[in-house]
Design a protein around this ligand. Structure first.
Ligand SMILES: NC(=O)c1ccc[n+]([C@@H]2O[C@H](COP(=O)([O-])OP(=O)(O)OC[C@H]3O[C@@H](n4cnc5c(N)ncnc54)[C@H](O)[C@@H]3O)[C@@H](O)[C@H]2O)c1
Length: 368
C-alpha cells in the first residue's frame, strides 16, 4: 500500500475492482455498496431478500449500484459458488449473517447454519475462484469469551460467546482461521495469492437500520409512534460507533490484503475510542437531546435472556499496523442518524444523504 493511502480508504485503489459482497441487502451492506460504487468498484451482491419493511436496500436503491444483485442463500454452496465464479471478483467481503442476539435464542439452528456453515461456504467458494486475492470476513465484538472486565478485548484473546449469535460468530472466526491455515497458509502465499482476514466491529449505528431488537431502530420506532422506548438494561456498556467507522476499517484492510498480502491475513478489531464505550442510557439520552419531537425512555422490567453487561474493544493493532483510527465521536454519529432520519421522513433522497455523510466522514479528522 502506498504511504499516502495508509489508514485511508483510497478511491483510486477501488476504481474498477470487482467486489463480491454478501449481505448487500442489509444495513452495513447498503452503506458499503454506496461507498464502493461511488469509488467505481463493480459490486456483485449475494444475499437473502431484505426482511424488514422498510429496508435500506429498497429505500436507497442498492440493486441499481450492483453489476449483479443475486437474491440467494449462503447456506446453498452451489448457488454461492456459481455466483462467485461468474463474477470472478478481486475482493470478497462477507457480511451476510443472522446478526441478532435475541433472535438467535429462538432460532439457534438457523443462526448456526447461516453464520458458521455460511462462512464455510464462502471460504469454500473462494477455494474454487482463482481471481480472488483479498478476503474480509465480518464477525463481531461479541465473538470473544466475555469476562465482564473493564479492559478492551484484544485480537489474540479466546473466542467464546454465551448466546447462539455470539457463539456462532466465535465459530466463524475459528472456521476462518482453519481455512487460512489449511488452504491459504502465509508460507505458500506466493503460490496461492489469497490473503484472508476477519474483522470484529462494535455496536454499529447509523441511518437506515430497521432491524428489530437493536437500540437505535427500536428508539426511533418508539419515538415516531409517540411511545417511550422500553430499555431492558440501561447500564450495559457497548462500543458504539457510526456504521462508516467499521466500514472504513474493512476497506483499508481489504486494500492492505490486496497490495501487501498475507502479512495482514489475521484478525482485526475496529472499534471506537475508549471514551465512546458508553452505557445504553447515555446513548439514548444523547438521541433524545437531538430528536426533533417528544421522546422518552422507561426501564423494561420483563425478564430477558442473558446479555453481556460490558464490552470494549482494544483497537491498538489497527491503529499501529494499518494507521486506522475512529473519526466520529458518538455525539456526531447520533447527529448523523437524526439528519438521515429527517431526510427519510421528508421523503428526500437518502442515497445522496448517505454519499454526503461518506464524504464528510472521509474529510473528518481522527477522534484521537
Ligand atoms: N449492526 C451491528 O451492530 C453489527 C455489529 C458487529 C457485527 N455485525 C456484523 O455485520 C454484518 C452485517 O450486519 P448488519 O447489521 O448489516 O445486519 P443486517 O441484518 O442488516 O444484514 C444481514 C445481511 O445478511 C443477509 N443474510 C442473512 N442470512 C442470509 C443467508 N442465509 N444467505 C444470504 N444472505 C443472508 C441478509 O439478507 C442481509 O443482507 C453481520 O455479519 C453482523 O453479524 C453487525
Amino acid at each position: 500500500m502506498s504511504l499516502s493511502s495508509r489508514g485511508e480508504v483510497n478511491p483510486q485503489f477501488w476504481s474498477g475492482k470487482s467486489v463480491f459482497l454478501t449481505g448487500h441487502t442489509g444495513f452495513k451492506g447498503g452503506w458499503i455498496s454506496v461507498w464502493l460504487s461511488s469509488m467505481g468498484a463493480k459490486i456483485t451482491g449475494f444475499s437473502l431478500a431484505p426482511n424488514t419493511d422498510p429496508n435500506l436496500f429498497e429505500v436507497a436503491g442498492i440493486a441499481s449500484l450492483c453489476v449483479k444483485s443475486h437474491i440467494g442463500d449462503i447456506r446453498h454452496l452451489d448457488d454461492l459458488r456459481n455466483a462467485m465464479l461468474t463474477a470472478g471478483p478481486d475482493i470478497v467481503i462477507h457480511m451476510a449473517a443472522q446478526p441478532l442476539v435475541r433472535y438467535s435464542y429462538s432460532n439457534p439452528v438457523q443462526t448456526y447454519e447461516t453464520n458458521v456453515m455460511g462462512t464455510v461456504h464462502v471460504l469454500e467458494a473462494i477455494r474454487s475462484c482463482k481471481s480472488v486475492k483479498s478476503v474480509v470476513i465480518v464477525t463481531t465484538d461479541k465473538c470473544y469469551e466475555n469476562k465482564e472486565w473493564v479492559w478492551g478485548y484484544r485480537e489474540n484473546e479466546p473466542m467464546g460467546g454465551y448466546d447462539p449469535y455470539s457463539n456462532s460468530k466465535g465459530c466463524a472466526e475459528l472456521v476462518t482461521s482453519s481455512y487460512r491455515q489449511s488452504f491459504f497458509p502465509e508460507k505458500d502465499y506466493v503460490k496461492h495469492g489469497v490473503a484472508i482476514a476477519s474483522v470484529r466491529a462494535g455496536n454499529v449505528i447509523g441511518g437506515g437500520d430497521w432491524s428489530l431488537d437493536r437500540l437505535v431502530p427500536d428508539a426511533i420506532t418508539a419515538f415516531e409512534s409517540g411511545k417511550p422506548l422500553m430499555i431492558r438494561n440501561p447500564l450495559a456498556t457497548r462500543p458504539w460507533q457510526h456504521v462508516l467507522e467499521p466500514l472504513s476499517g474493512y476497506l483499508v484492510l481489504a486494500q492492505a490484503l490486496y497490495e501487501q498480502g498475507a502479512i495482514y491475513g489475521n484478525a482485526w478489531n475496529f472499534g471506537p475510542i475508549d471514551a465512546d464505550t458508553r452505557s445504553v442510557k447515555e446513548v439514548i439520552e444523547l438521541l433524545i437531546d437531538q430528536w426533533d419531537g417528544a421522546a422518552a425512555w422507561k426501564q423494561d422490567g420483563c425478564p430477558a435472556p442473558h446479555e453481556a453487561q460490558s464490552l470494549k474493544l482494544d483497537c491498538s493493532k489497527a491503529r499501529e499496523e494499518l494507521a486506522w483510527t475512529a473519526r466520529w465521536r458518538l455525539e456526531k454519529a447520533i447527529k448523523a442518524i437524526v439528519q438521515w432520519q429527517a431526510v427519510y421522513r421528508g421523503e428526500g433522497d437518502v442515497r445522496s444523504m448517505m454519499q454526503l455523510q461518506i464524504n464528510d466522514y472521509c474529510h473528518s479528522g481522527r477522534s484521537i
